[in-house]
Design a protein around this ligand. Structure first.
Ligand SMILES: C[S@@+](CC[C@H](N)C(=O)[O-])C[C@H]1O[C@@H](n2cnc3c(N)ncnc32)[C@H](O)[C@@H]1O
Length: 456
């Protein structure tokens, strides 16, 4: 099933209808209106997230940050809602295929969202059947979908009875990737599209980049590239050392672009698209004089909070990097450009279903203008690493080839620079990682990076 476009007919049954709930409201101490508290915040928030994605192509994180229920829910309920919604979206194609034979006609989209959540709990999250079915029916009653509660009860009971056998014979790898993306990933090599799809099946582990003197948290595995890996679901704020800035969260693959810039102490360096700041932190930790640019004020706040926690001295500028000019030409630039983010789908399974092929044109235009701007900021002989967390050729190799017209000469990555991950070095001397790499260790995000030197 394809996700309907945002201009598809709207469902008859609005989940905002207050017919059946929200169930409770509690008064807070003090004055002001009482926030509405849900009886089952996990499922209410997850329902809004899935509806946001499938009806409005709204990102999971956007719903999470705007939902009134999420605002008043405690951190554990929010995390559980994220996990539930992410599971329904990660297995979206498979769950849709499982539901289809049990539905005589296409249900309204909110009903489909509730069924996807119920089926995800039954088939992928090991929720006891009575709880998965009962809570889905309750959710539908709370959200004005009572006329469909009987249908949901019957369908989910059949799925509970069928169990994992219902998944047999389904090509889950293919079903859970939109066809246009599957076709595009074939360009990455034989078998890579399937390897990526397998890598996307599971929640990503938590990777940390440690300050050199910091103690490794208990249970952490040191990866060949130096990151420390903890199991998926580890709550970073609860790890000892978090408040003291002992580490920052950064996928193992995401550490590679900044490493390839090989900055030296005292060099004047800009990180042009900096928030939330993982790569800025790497450059500053290496002793460079870093200016971090970020266009989005909200994300700039997050970047500054992170740098304060890590006690790193960085100049931050809230500006459009395409229009900014440094006071003097720079030694090195990291351009971690905005992109489709298909490489981060392990953490953001919504990204796969929100993006459309036509979205790439606007992104590649922005990438080109940032590359041109970066070239203008560099001194002759200055270095640039261009990176994207995208698996799309248009945003990676095609941009790297186009960069030569801005006076940027390719500076291929040498095998000794990627000796800890040789499979990520391409014949052209670029970095290419994808979620199918390191399957035995829990995978990694997809990144492309190319290095250049500014000609005189
Ligand atoms: C891929 S994320 C960067 C991740 C970051 N480098 C890190 O490692 O944590 C891209 C960031 O660039 C910002 N951005 C997009 N276009 C920009 C522009 N023209 N100028 C400055 N920042 C921009 C976005 O708001 C977003 O925070």
């Amino acid at each position: 099933m394809n996700i309907p476009s945002s201009d598809a007919p709207k469902p008859k049954h609005s989940p905002r209808s207050r017919k059946g709930g929200p169930s409770k409201s509690h008064n807070r101490k003090g004055s002001g209106p009482a926030p509405l508290m849900s009886a089952d915040p996990t499922r209410d928030i997850a329902f809004d997230i899935v509806r946001g994605v499938i009806e409005n192509r709204r990102m999971l994180e956007t719903t999470l940050s705007r939902s009134p229920e999420a605002k008043v829910a405690d951190a554990r309920d929010r995390a559980a809602a994220h996990r539930l919604a992410a599971s329904a979206l990660r297995h979206f194609g498979t769950l849709s295929a499982v539901l289809e034979p049990f539905l005589r006609k296409e249900p309204p989209e909110p009903v489909r969202a509730a069924l996807l959540l119920g089926a995800a709990q039954l088939l992928f999250l090991e929720t006891p059947p009575h709880a998965a079915v009962g809570t889905t029916v309750d959710l539908m009653r709370r959200r004005g979908l009572a006329p469909f509660a009987g249908l949901a009860n019957a369908v989910l009971r059949k799925i509970a009875n069928g169990g994992p056998a219902l998944l047999e014979g389904l090509d889950q790898d293919r079903l859970d990737v939109p066809p246009w993306l599957w076709s595009s990933w074939k360009a990455l090599g034989p078998g890579v599209a399937r390897a990526i799809a397998r890598g996307l099946e599971h929640e990503a582990p938590l990777d940390l980049t440690m300050r050199t003197d910091a103690e490794i948290p208990e249970g952490g595995e040191i990866l060949p590239t130096g990151s420390v890996r903890l199991p998926a679901g580890t709550r970073v704020v609860e790890l000892p050392g978090f408040e003291d800035g002992a580490f920052w969260v950064q996928d193992a693959a995401a550490t590679l672009p900044a490493r390839l810039l090989a900055v030296k102490p005292g060099e004047q360096v800009a990180d042009l698209c900096a928030a939330p700041g993982g790569k800025t932190a790497q450059l500053a930790s290496a002793g460079a004089q870093v200016t971090a640019l970020e266009r989005d004020p909200g994300r700039m706040e997050r970047l500054q909070e992170n740098l304060t926690r890590l006690k790193l001295d960085v100049t931050t500028v809230c500006a459009d990097a395409a229009a900014w000019q440094p006071e003097a030409p720079l030694d090195a630039i990291l351009l971690d450009a905005p992109c489709s983010a298909t490489g981060t789908a392990r953490r953001h399974p919504d990204a796969l279903w929100i993006k459309r092929p036509r979205d790439l044109a606007g992104l590649t235009e922005a990438q080109d203008s940032l590359l041109a701007a970066a070239a203008r900021m560099l001194k002759p002989g200055g270095r640039l690493v261009y990176a994207v967390c995208s698996l799309q050729q248009e945003e990676g190799p095609e941009r790297a080839r186009a960069a030569e017209k801005y006076g940027l000469k390719p500076d291929p990555i040498r095998p000794d620079e990627l000796a800890d991950l040789p499979e990520a070095l391409t014949a052209e001397g670029w970095l290419r990682t994808h979620p199918g790499m390191w399957p035995e260790r829990g995978g990694m995000d997809g990144f492309f990076a190319a290095r250049f030197v500014k000609t005189a």
